[in-house]
Design a protein around this ligand. Sequence first.
Ligand code: SAM
Length: 224
Amino acid sequence: MNAYEEVCHWEKTEAVQTLRRCGLANGMTAMDLGCGLAHYTIPAAIAVGVEGRVIAVDKDKKPLKAAHQRIQDAELSNVEVLCANHLDLAHIPDSSIDFIMIYDMIHTNARVEMYPVIKRLLKPSGILSFLAFGEIRIRKNPQGVLVKSDNGKNITDSFDDALNQLRGEIESFEFEPHSIIENEGVHFDHFHSPYHWKRYGEVRLHSLERGNIHNYLNVKEVRV
Ligand SMILES: C[S@@+](CC[C@H](N)C(=O)[O-])C[C@H]1O[C@@H](n2cnc3c(N)ncnc32)[C@H](O)[C@@H]1O
């Protein structure tokens, strides 16, 4: 298997089991918000099966085009691809989604806008599944704006402090910690980095960073 085939294989095997461990099950409706190249959309579509559905959302047309092609190559017919950001989802009914993934995307977003959207879309007891890497260390306020020191420099927190901040915010929106799936989230940044391909000849799956997936239950009815 070459490096790309290895990733495709992971999407169809290990990643399916990982998402099942996160709570994704047959027949569910899932959303991959910030789906990128569909590395998690594809396993989600396999995990929910033909009775289920995945809505793959990305605000950027370029990765979405590639995602669409990859979903077709994987012969999956239960995925809807949507070019939108979190504020363009008003047409999706309240409490209609069982499982929302926000993987490797929270660091570029205004979290205060995003959590209420996720809250509205999730069914009661639906799952918010969250994965983040080192990018969260650069401090941004909940509006997504960089926080600077007195001398105008970016402030960098430890990963644990940054994660605790995000976890506290999520819980303040009435999401209850449900499970942590350790070391099974894969960071695909180097896989898509021409610099890393040039430097190492190829980028293999085993060399990619791993992280914990944090899952939260939507414990209360949507507030109006
Ligand atoms: C670093 S990539 C991660 C992709 C994928 N989730 C993964 O883990 O492989 C982040 C993606 O999220 C998209 N994105 C970021 N914020 C978004 C938002 N608010 N709504 C929709 N897409 C968003 C970006 O365009 C980008 O394609």
